[in-house]
Design a protein around this ligand. Structure first.
Ligand SMILES: [Zn+2]
Length: 467
């Protein structure tokens, strides 16, 4: 732990050449100046994208260690003394830093970002996914919106604080995690289990995925702050049948049984189910678009939203999506077993119903195991922290209107909630109205506008100074 501008002076700062030319170095080897917080954000983001941290879900993972070491260096060169923490292997690493606030009587805020990304198939992309090219005023590459953009904004803000000698009002615990994209077993959940000391005094957390804009019209932009997320029930389905020669009659074919179960599950559509956040979101959307809602007909609202509807609409009902199949080993051999995986997501309060539905649809001949089972979250959209977010957005965009939303995916906030920490998704970005933001998450040609980063880092800085 170190106060910005004090202590832990590194005389032999191994500063990157980029920063040698961009920043001004003092006699003590620390950076004294950064060109601008926005330029620093873009530069940090490009460096982070170039460090391939693809997480394919295997235990040894991508090796976030290189990105973690890079983050440590970025913090050390402005005088911080961060801690590098390896988790389940020497290649899975986290970085933690506590910046003491001016009012020790206040609770601490956790500011978190994950360092891993989902894999990218280079041949699908218009540009190499780990080259971090800047084209058409956008930074392109895997992680540009999920979530090396926010990682870079966090780093740029706190680096500027160190150089300025600024201390925030309350303790800010900065945490970069590995393994978020595979559920956080080697990341956030490991840290909660093994390093609860990092979270001492923390009551609230800010991370992905929220704070981005949705343009209704020129004088109204909604900013969707994440106050809820769906729970996760990832299931493995196994059918058992009678093995045999592929040329004979077989009325207990495991492949057929599983395929029928998967077909029923894939075709299933659950009823709409609205918790507090989803209810509020829906009424805000109706008001913004001038819609009189008939019953729970959310499609009426979603049809106004464009591509982002996929992101939002799926947060209002349970979903079951078959995503993997594995059966057989030769065309003329009927196997004894067939297995498949289903990605189940439930709305707050909807877990038991989702699992019961999956079992009913699968039928008696298919066994279901829930391999990953993680909570849904829903916190109130009110209080001083929300007010600070709202004010920070308004200061940079007079047409901003902050609303809560429920995200269909999951984040590290689930792990932190186990310590009673209230989580918000607030990685502010003012987006061009025509950008299909939802498709960029885990998508091809992931990219982020430089102008959105400039906006985001300014809003994040202001929010953290006032929350
Ligand atoms: Zn993410």
């Amino acid at each position: 732990m170190v106060l910005p501008g004090e202590g832990a002076i590194r005389k032999d700062s191994n500063t990157r050449s980029r920063l040698r030319s961009a920043g001004v170095m003092g006699q003590d080897g620390l950076m004294q100046q950064i060109p601008s917080i926005a330029e620093d954000t873009v530069s940090l983001l490009r460096d982070l994208i170039r460090i391939d941290t693809s997480n394919d879900g295997s235990p040894d993972g991508p090796g976030e260690i290189l990105a973690a070491e890079y983050v440590v260096q970025c913090l050390q060169e402005v005088g911080y003394d961060p801690e590098l923490i390896t988790t389940t292997s020497g290649r899975r690493a986290s970085v933690a830093l506590r910046i003491p606030g001016t009012d020790p009587s206040r609770s601490a805020l956790l500011l978190h970002g994950h360092l891993d990304v989902v894999p990218a198939v280079a041949s699908d992309w218009s540009v190499p996914p780990f080259a971090a090219e800047v084209i058409d005023e956008m930074v392109w590459g895997r992680g540009a919106v999920d979530m090396k953009d926010m990682d870079s904004m966090i780093l740029a803000v706190i680096r500027s604080w160190a150089i300025e000698g600024y201390r925030p009002p309350r303790d800010v615990v900065v945490l970069f995690t590995p393994d978020e994209e595979a559920g956080g077993r080697h990341g956030a959940h490991w840290l909660i289990n093994n390093r609860p000391d990092l979270f001492s005094g923390v009551t609230e957390a800010v991370g992905e995925v929220g704070g981005f804009s949705l343009t209704v019209r020129e004088d109204l932009r909604l900013y969707l702050i994440q106050t809820a997320e769906k729970g996760i029930a990832w299931m493995r389905l196994t059918s058992h049948g009678r093995a045999g020669h592929g040329s004979m009659l077989n009325d207990a074919n495991a492949v057929t049984t599983l395929a029928q179960a998967m077909g029923r599950i894939g075709a299933y559509r659950s009823d709409v189910s609205l918790g507090p956040t989803a209810q509020r979101l829906l009424s805000e959307l109706c008001e913004a678009y001038g819609i009189e809602l008939e019953g729970n007909d959310i499609d009426q609202v979603m049809s106004k939203l464009g591509p982002i509807a996929r992101f939002i609409g799926s947060g209002m009902r349970n979903t079951l999506n078959p995503s993997m199949l594995d059966a057989g080993y030769k065309v003329n051999v009927i196997p004894e077993h067939a297995t498949g995986h289903v990605d189940g997501r439930f709305v707050p309060g909807g877990r038991d119903d989702l699992i019961a539905t999956a079992r009913r649809l699968a039928g008696a001949d298919v066994e279901i195991e829930v391999l990953t089972d993680d909570v849904a979250l829903d916190v109130p959209f009110e209080g001083p922290t929300i007010e600070s977010m709202r004010a920070a957005l308004l200061s940079e965009d007079p047409h901003a209107h902050a609303i809560p939303y429920l995200m269909s995916g999951g984040t590290d906030a689930k792990a932190f909630s186990r310590l009673g920490i209230t989580g918000y998704g607030f990685a502010p970005l003012r987006l061009p109205p025509d950008l299909d933001f939802a498709s960029l998450f885990h998508g091809i040609d992931e990219r982020v506008p430089v102008s959105a980063l400039r906006f985001g880092v300014t809003v994040l800085d202001r929010f953290l100074r006032t929350c």
